[in-house]
Design a protein around this ligand. Structure first.
Ligand SMILES: O=C[C@H](O)[C@H](O)COP(=O)(O)O
Ligand SMILES: C=C(OP(=O)(O)O)C(=O)O
Length: 450
């Protein structure tokens, strides 16, 4: 991972002249220009070689040899850059990874929605409370969550805070995943604060004992691979704010290619995937593995055009389609997409995001999701792939390591009346730790049945 990445200020990025949806309207353009110049001088957050490695891992997923677990916050916050918060998220993903690897017997590629997920596209530009209308909150990278006029003004200085928050997070994630915390001999330790109180924790503990036995057996046979001690973990976020992503796009001196060094993988969201828009053009120019969210209105022709634009070489691992149709639509809409894409000879990674198509507002006013709808969309995704003989490549979920009450249902059931108890998300409702583990067990069962 020694590639040097140079600043690409000399390149005139083609995407800058195209319409870009969901960008903040900064009142002070000179301040923005100063911040962008500063960001261009900052070192990369990830190395180009790491992005290549993730592309290769996703290539295995595309070929049906591995499974992608992508998850983390809906919106990271600058306040959440504490060790406890980050550890809880990493721990949850490691536990889910252990469940999937062991119970589904498949290598799991672990990618966090982490260290860069600070920007949110919104349905409406404004929010009204008690007759007062203010600009909507667009993530800590843009404006403040507080409902005040001052907080809601987009501030370019926040782009620098996003960079520094991402750097600290990534630093800790790297320490956790390579410095001993992710050692498989810790499978029990990850569960310690959790096991007694929760059914999923108890189920996990049983699985951890089996993993322990399997490892003891392997050690007795003289085998203790490096993979037991460290975990490959990658960072991803939505490439939404093009001022930021462009400033962190650099030329890799090894190859001369552009890489967005703000994260290993970036995705283009449902609201910014316009074919003639700046986001798709941007994604077409960088060599990172790219995700595109596909909502229920996506046509097969569009999917094929994304492949032409983003993966003309048909390189397995380059393009991931993150399907978020809703539990009520996936069985109807996904089959034609998969059929036509497969018939074209392309081999994208197919991943289900069972969160974004299943949001509704509870009577209390909380945005929420039913665990059963999430599960049903995942089931639909597996059914479609089974029917077509294609590979259900992974899941993409919004989750947290904390015991929040944002989504209803799950084995340790949360009811609509519980939502107010710990509703902490800055934007969309996340699965809590227990619901995340429940989901991992159920997905492992579905994968085995495939
Ligand atoms: O996380 C995704 C979007 O940013 C989010 O669903 C938008 O939410 P909104 O419809 O409340 O704007
Ligand atoms: C905004 C998101 O999703 P989508 O683009 O699918 O709505 C997200 O994943 O944060």
């Amino acid at each position: 991972m020694t590639s040097t990445v140079e600043n690409s200020a000399a390149h005139v990025p083609s995407w800058r002249s195209l319409p870009a949806a969901q960008q903040p309207e900064y009142p002070d353009q000179e301040a923005l220009a100063r911040v962008v110049t500063e960001l261009e001088s900052f070192p990369p957050l990830v190395f180009a070689g790491e992005c290549d490695q993730l592309r290769a891992r996703l290539g295995s997923v595309a070929r049906g040899e591995a499974f992608l677990l992508q998850g983390g916050d809906c919106a990271e916050s600058f306040e959440g850059v504490g060790a406890d918060d980050i550890r809880a998220k990493v721990k949850t993903l490691l536990q889910m990874g252990a469940v999937l690897t062991y119970a589904a017997s498949v290598p799991v590629v672990k990618v966090g929605r982490i260290a860069g997920q600070y920007s949110k596209p919104r349905s409406k530009p404004t929010e009204t409370r008690d007759g007062v209308t203010l600009p909507t909150y667009r993530g800590d990278s843009v404006n403040g969550f507080d409902f005040t006029e001052e907080a809601r003004v987009p501030d370019p200085e926040r782009l620098k805070r996003m960079y520094h928050a991402s750097a600290s997070t990534l630093n800790l994630v790297r320490a956790f995943t390579t410095g001993g915390y992710a050692d498989l001999r810790q499978v029990h330790a990850w569960n310690q604060d959790f096991v007694k109180s929760s059914p999923s924790g108890q189920r996990y503990e049983k699985l951890a004992r089996e993993i322990d036995n399997a490892m003891s057996f392997m050690r007795a046979c003289g085998a203790e691979p490096e993979e037991f001690r460290t975990v490959e973990f990658y960072a991803s976020h939505e490439a939404l704010l093009l001022d930021y992503e462009t400033a962190l796009t650099r030329t890799d001196s090894r190859t001369g290619h552009l890489y967005d060094v703000s994260g290993h993988m970036v995705w283009i969201g449902e609201r910014t995937r316009q074919m003639d828009g700046a986001h798709i053009e941007f994604a077409s120019k960088v060599r990172n593995p790219i995700g595109v969210k596909l909502g229920p209105t996506t046509t097969p022709e569009e999917a094929l055009e994304y492949i032409e634009r983003l993966d003309a070489e048909r390189e397995p691992g380059r393009l991931t389609f993150i399907v978020r149709m809703g539990a009520d639509k996936i069985r109807d809409r996904l089959p034609t997409l998969v059929e036509k894409v497969t018939a074209s000879g392309a081999m994208p990674v197919w991943v289900t995001d069972p969160m974004h198509g299943n949001t509704f507002e509870a009577a209390s006013g909380h945005k929420t999701r039913r665990f059963d709808d999430v599960l049903d969309e995942v089931k639909g995704f597996f059914e479609v792939h089974k029917e077509l003989g294609t590979h259900p490549g992974g899941i993409h979920v919004e989750l947290t390591g904390d015991d929040v009450t944002e989504c209803v249902g799950g084995g340790d059931e949360i009811f609509v009346d519980d939502l107010h108890q710990r509703y902490e998300t800055a934007c969309d409702p996340r699965l809590n730790r227990s619901q995340s583990l429940d989901l991992a067990f159920l997905v492992a069962e579905m994968y085995r049945g495939q």
